[in-house]
Design a protein around this ligand. Structure first.
Ligand code: NAD
Length: 342
């Protein structure tokens, strides 16, 4: 590998990936491109990383072809995380989701195409949200696509855009569909950190609907391992493929809340229920067969271990998340006109 461009490397999964990647490949130049939206924070990467001569941080937007093109002249590998990533926020204010997630991905794909002689591998980070609710269990990569929210629709557009570039122009892309992620450095707007920090503060844990919506929860460092396996797999094994990254185990949101309360050890912890989110996915559970076959990867962290590690991290890093509390909830207008804080 001769240099990697990591978009969105100041966000949750991106920063975990940068850390894991630089440990594994200390001699490869890393270029992070990040627009530092409310979800991106350069402090998600340690001062040692920022000071490493192999590390280059570029503040900029993936929608800018000039910046993206310049960076592609310095690398042969691209991994594209940058996106607007919060489902509830996409219901509240969806325009930027289509700009960044679809048109930003088009810029990345166009620049991969323009630099096709140099770029050997392009990993596009899609999401399980493209599937909608499971029609069959576990969900394979052939499951029909049925995005239910503007976030899911934008990510689905990006996913199919990359696929079309593979089929039409032959770009060396792999499409990865991670299921629900959790772990250190995840913004407080997301379910697990919201529950964990509410428990740490003994303020109410807010559950959308009755808590029966179930997801496949994958610990972020396991996902980073899967992504590095995607970088290391023989090119002809993975190029053109869509690969799910999940554990093959589902747990509902009510169970996550109970596990967090048990970890805190405070059975008096208040829990409140609000109206369910519009476009809610009832069930996600990933097939693990293709990731195992093509990448030799299987999730190593079970839910109890991952939640305990996550809770410990938030307990030890209060300074990191205190400033985000005002963004824990988004006000949504439901179809019946009712306004709900989600
Ligand atoms: N978090 C999950 O559960 C999950 C699950 C499946 C897939 N994904 C996907 O993984 C990727 C990363 O998710 P995350 O949870 O780390 O997101 P995040 O919101 O924590 O981070 C996104 C990063 O992208 C940057 N960014 C946003 N718009 C940009 C732009 N126009 N130009 C450059 N940078 C920009 C932000 O500043 C931030 O650093 C996304 O593509 C997301 O759709 C996330």
């Amino acid at each position: 590998m001769n240099g990697i461009l990591i978009t969105g490397g100041a966000g949750f999964i991106g920063s975990n990936f940068v850390r894991a990647f630089m440990r594994r490949y200390p001699k490869v130049d890393v270029h992070v491109l990040d627009a530092l939206t409310y979800a991106g924070n350069p402090a998600n990467l340690s001062p040692e990383i920022h000071e490493n001569p192999r590390f280059h941080f570029w503040y900029g937007n993936v929608c800018n072809p000039g910046i993206v093109g310049d960076l592609m002249e310095q690398v042969d590998t691209v991994i594209h995380f940058a996106a607007e990533s919060h489902v509830a926020r996409s219901i509240y204010d969806n325009a930027v989701f289509f700009q960044t997630d679809v048109l930003g991905t088009q810029v990345i794909a166009n620049q991969v195409l323009r630099h096709r002689k140099r770029i050997k591998r392009f990993i596009h980070i899609s999401t399980s949200e493209v599937y909608g609710t499971a029609l069959s269990e576990p969900m394979t990569e052939e499951h029909p696509l049925d995005p239910l929210t503007p976030y899911a629709a934008a990510k689905c557009g990006a996913d199919r855009l990359v696929y079309s570039y593979i089929r039409t122009y032959g770009i060396p892309a792999v499409i990865i569909r991670p299921f629900n992620q959790y772990g250190p450095y995840q913004h407080l707007e997301k379910c697990v950190p919201r529950f964990v920090t509410s428990a740490l503060d003994s303020t109410p844990i807010t559950i959308h609907g009755d808590g029966s919506a179930a997801r496949d929860w994958c610990y972020v460092s396991d996902t980073c391992e899967a992504l590095m396996a995607t970088l290391e797999a023989p090119l002809d094994c993975v190029v053109g493929e869509v690969i799910n990254i999940g554990t093959g185990v589902a747990a509902d949101v009510g169970t996550i809340a109970r596990k967090v309360i048990d970890l805190k050890g405070d059975q008096m912890q208040p829990v409140t229920h609000v109206e369910d989110r519009p476009g809610q996915v009832d069930l996600h559970i990933s097939s693990t067969e293709k990731a195992q076959r093509l990448l030799g990867w299987k999730a190593a962290t079970d839910l109890d271990t991952g939640l305990e590690r996550t809770m410990n991290w938030y307990a030890d890093n209060e300074h990191w998340w205190r400033g985000q509390e005002w963004m824990k909830h988004v006000q949504l207008t439901l179809v019946n006109g009712q306004k709900v804080l989600h």
